[in-house]
Design a protein around this ligand. Structure first.
Ligand SMILES: C[S@@+](CC[C@H](N)C(=O)[O-])C[C@H]1O[C@@H](n2cnc3c(N)ncnc32)[C@H](O)[C@@H]1O
Length: 422
């Protein structure tokens, strides 16, 4: 099948250091990425930033059955310029397969980036309950507990439900009470790889514009919650504890607090650990006003009023009145902006072979880059087109306007950052 191309230019893209970006083209293609990639010229893109299937069958989706393999990574290598970077998200349980495929294709694995978001819901088996169930023992209801979305100062945001708490019925269930099988998901890894340079970094940057990372463009401002580590004391005016020398012990009296080195004007050196909240419903929906609406329940394929609908395991959007962006795994635009800026030279073209609802495309447009996105599901492709076109026409509306902040606040995601190094 020939991909359907939708071409549109970002209307008010920025200019970067004299590089005129008004000529960048943005394409959202419908088709299987292997077929579309086969038709792309060698060395035709400057970076690849993508969010492939994690191979965990997320919410039963057919497109998430397997991790892209070495054939896919070879095509990426071919269309990327020498020294170009690839960033690919992976699931914590399957990212090793993705990494091996990328390495086997000929990429150099440079790093792994950890995106921290905190708000995941643990999918853990209650071992004590499982023991009682297997024994056919009935547990006594001893109380009620509230469950739902993020907790805010006013209560629970976006729907809540009461569930009974029960006491272990058998001695074995008592013994294993409090044991589970999974941690709360709070991080998603991304592979950072580079196509071999064929020359020095300096020569590659001069010839192709690729090979290096945009460190200064991606620095962490002091106090910015993108950085979750310690060290805000090294912001202007603070004190730090010196690194212990080889022959110094913990109780060395000379180990007092000292003045930190002068801060960098542009902020901290960017780390491979970054924090961004998951996208608000307002951000997901932006640009989708012309698309058909579904109820939250229809979006996650649950019956209206069913007990399962309030369970966070049902997926994003389940409690919303109207949903137009029905994609279940939307990445935050701020995260994607940081990533495309990190690996794409000024005026460069970003390739995203797994476009989904187009968050990477929105990011590329807002950053003034060209973009080629590929999505095989027509219903997601429509959403991506709408969101990316909206970002081109109304870039100001994507900067975190008041609606978005209010929604984040309601979901308890802003208060999470209060006091973090500010
Ligand atoms: C994890 S989602 C990407 C979500 C995206 N980051 C967003 O913010 O909306 C992966 C997407 O890749 C698409 N996909 C999976 N296999 C594909 C293939 N072979 N070719 C093109 N698209 C594919 C799926 O339909 C899905 O929408």
């Amino acid at each position: 099948m020939m991909p359907e191309a939708a071409l549109f230019n970002a209307i008010t893209p920025p200019t970067l250091d004299g590089v005129d970006l008004r000529c960048v083209s943005v394409e959202a293609l419908l088709g299987d990425c292997m077929a579309v990639l086969a038709g792309m010229a060698d060395q035709s893109v400057d970076s690849i930033v993508c969010d492939p299937p994690y191979g965990i069958g997320f919410l039963g989706k057919s497109w998430d059955q397997s991790v892209p393999g070495v054939e896919w990574a070879r095509e990426c290598l071919r269309v990327l310029k020498p020294g170009g970077h690839l960033v690919a998200f992976g699931g914590t349980r399957t990212v090793h397969r993705l990494t091996v495929a990328i390495e086997d294709a000929g990429f150099e694995i440079r790093d792994q980036i950890g995106w921290v978001y905190y708000s995941g819901f643990p999918k853990s088996l209650d071992v004590s309950k499982a023991i009682d169930k297997a024994a056919g023992a009935e547990r006594e209801v001893v109380g009620q507990r509230v469950t739902g979305n993020a907790r805010t100062n006013e209560g629970w945001a976006g729907g809540q439900t009461m569930i009974p708490t029960t006491a272990p019925a058998t001695p074995d269930a008592v013994k294993w009470s409090g044991w589970g099988t999974a941690l709360k998901p709070a991080i998603e890894p991304a592979v950072l790889a580079r196509k071999p340079l064929g020359a020095t970094v300096a020569a590659s940057v001069l010839e192709h514009g690729t090979g290096a990372l945009n460190i200064d463009g991606c620095r962490f401002g002091y106090g910015d919650p993108i950085w979750i580590g310690p060290g805000e004391a090294s912001a202007p005016g603070g004190k730090i504890r010196p690194v212990r020398g080889r022959f110094q012990s913990e109780d060395d009296p000379d180990l007092g607090l000292i003045d930190p080195p002068p801060p960098h004007d542009l902020g901290r050196w960017p780390a491979n650990l970054i924090q961004f909240p998951k996208p608000s419903r307002a951000e997901r929906e932006r640009g989708c006003a012309g698309l058909p609406a579904r109820t939250g329940a229809e979006t996650v394929e649950r019956a209206e009023g069913s007990a399962g609908l309030n369970n966070p395991r049902a997926g994003a959007g389940r409690t919303a009145g109207e949903v137009r962006n029905i994609h279940p795994t939307v990445k935050p635009v701020a995260l994607m902006r940081w990533l495309v800026r990190l690996v794409t030279p000024p005026g460069g073209v970003v390739l995203d072979p797994f476009m989904g609802s187009g968050s990477c495309g929105v990011a590329a447009v807002l950053e003034g880059f060209g973009y080629v996105g590929i999505e095989m599901m027509p219903e997601y492709h429509r959403i991506a087109e709408a969101r990316i076109a909206h970002a081109g026409r109304y870039p100001d509306q994507w900067e975190g306007g008041s609606t978005e902040r209010e929604e984040l606040d309601r979901a308890g995601q802003i208060s999470m950052f209060e006091g973090v190094g500010c």
